[in-house]
Design a protein around this ligand. Structure first.
Ligand SMILES: [Zn+2]
Ligand SMILES: [Zn+2]
Length: 411
């Protein structure tokens, strides 16, 4: 099976030779859309598991499985992501615990399709990491907000790290004049090959389908141990739209009686993932904390978006903007080559992706591209997905993108 669990740099797309014409198809790619989830809510007897602290439990039976009690549901958050998706003999994630921490060894390697890196807008190569993260089993609120460091600030369920919203020079990497090129899964690698997300990673599989009708599922954890949820608070309402007592704080968190304190991603609204740590942060998780040794800077990060639209003008339209779960779509994309910073090569794009969903076939006529994309039945509903295209099957393709290009709706 290709798809989730299929490692993109090995993907077969380069076998698609474009020289013979404008039509490009991949045999077998339809299978990529069949995503099997083995991380559903599970029925557990209390005597089958042992409490290890807070909402965390571990099975008494071997092999050990870790469960998180999320609003009354037993969740196996990690088993799906513990596979060896890059086939190097090492599982993407290995989980253990000690008295105070869940300990996660992570390869930090995306197990969803990504763009090819390096590409025209990013010189770096994604590489396998050897992370060890410690999440406090019982997160504790802190008197002061701890400032987010550069580098990893938390971890998504697949072991890929979250960064703060800033690029190296400290400017907003997600929007405005200084926007950096993130692929349609909202990530890119930095100089040492760490692939990371700066905003809501719409490609991370969570145990529950996010249908936008209730509180979103957990998609990761901050390094203070508090969980990070998707954008929704309740039916059709995003957490960032709440006001009053329930409104998100400067860290992007709030509390309720079921979940306690937790964070939400905020699509298109700074700080996008986390604004700071509300809890006591585990210092071993980031070099900056270790170096500061208890003298962490405090306070939430500040929005410094500069006016401008760096990538938004190249792809001028994506239609239809609404895609339906379980259906195949013919997507029509118009682009304006005069807005690209390098000449766009002849021929159809060699790759096209909207969120995690890969095109099965791509054709080009002039500056119009038509692509076939099948949306799986368990696609996340409602959130806007980015679209990216690659031109050229060389090692460094020209890439273009459009943010918030389409979203998935119910039939
Ligand atoms: Zn970055
Ligand atoms: Zn919430």
């Amino acid at each position: 099976m290709i798809g989730i669990g299929f490692i993109q740099p090995l993907r077969a797309k380069l076998a698609c030779v474009l020289l013979s014409g404008m039509l490009c198809t991949w045999a077998g790619i339809a299978a990529a859309q069949e995503i099997s989830l083995n991380t559903q809510s599970v029925s557990i007897q209390e005597d089958q598991v042992e409490s290890i602290g807070g909402f965390w439990y571990v099975s008494k039976a071997e092999p050990k499985t870790y469960y998180y009690r999320d609003a009354g549901r037993w969740l196996d958050l990690f088993s799906y992501h513990c596979k060896d998706s890059n086939k190097d003999g090492i599982a993407n994630l290995q989980i253990s615990h000690d008295q105070n921490h869940l300990i996660i060894k992570s390869q930090g390697y995306p197990n969803h399709p990504t763009a090819i890196f390096p590409n025209s807008d990013n010189p770096n190569t994604i590489s396998v990491q050897d992370f060890t993260f410690r999440l406090p089993l019982v997160p504790r609120k802190s008197e002061t907000i701890t400032r987010l460091p550069m580098g990893p600030v938390g971890m998504s369920l697949n072991g890929v790290v979250f960064f703060n919203p800033f690029e190296m020079e400290g400017r907003n990497a997600v929007a405005g004049y200084d926007e950096v090129w993130l692929d349609s899964c909202c990530g890119h690698p930095q100089q040492t090959g760490v692939y990371h997300y700066h905003k809501y990673p719409t490609c991370v599989k969570s145990p529950f389908i996010d249908d936008g009708k209730s509180h979103s599922p957990i998609i990761g954890f901050a390094f203070d141990g508090y969980p990070l949820y998707g954008p929704y608070e309740s039916d059709g309402k995003m957490a960032m739209e709440l006001s009053g007592e329930q409104a998100l704080d400067a860290c992007n968190g709030h509390s309720d009686s079921l979940r306690g304190y937790h964070y939400h991603v905020t699509p298109n609204r700074f700080p996008y993932i986390l604004g700071g740590y509300a809890g006591e942060v585990e210092p071993t998780n980031n070099r900056e904390f270790r170096r500061n040794a208890g003298r962490n800077r405090t306070g939430p990060i500040q929005d410094n978006t500069q006016p401008g639209d760096k990538y938004g003008k190249i792809i001028t339209s994506v239609r239809p903007g609404n895609l339906v779960q379980g259906k195949s779509h013919e997507i029509h994309i118009e682009f304006d080559p005069t807005q690209a910073r390098r000449p766009i090569p002849e021929g159809a794009p060699t790759w096209l992706q909207i969120g995690p969903y890969e095109a099965e076939s791509i054709q080009r006529t002039g500056n119009s591209v038509t692509a076939k994309i099948t949306i799986p039945k368990d696609a996340t509903i409602g959130v806007w997905l980015d679209c990216h295209m690659e031109f050229g099957s060389d090692r460094r393709p020209l890439v273009i993108k459009r943010n918030d290009a389409a979203r998935v709706t119910f039939d």
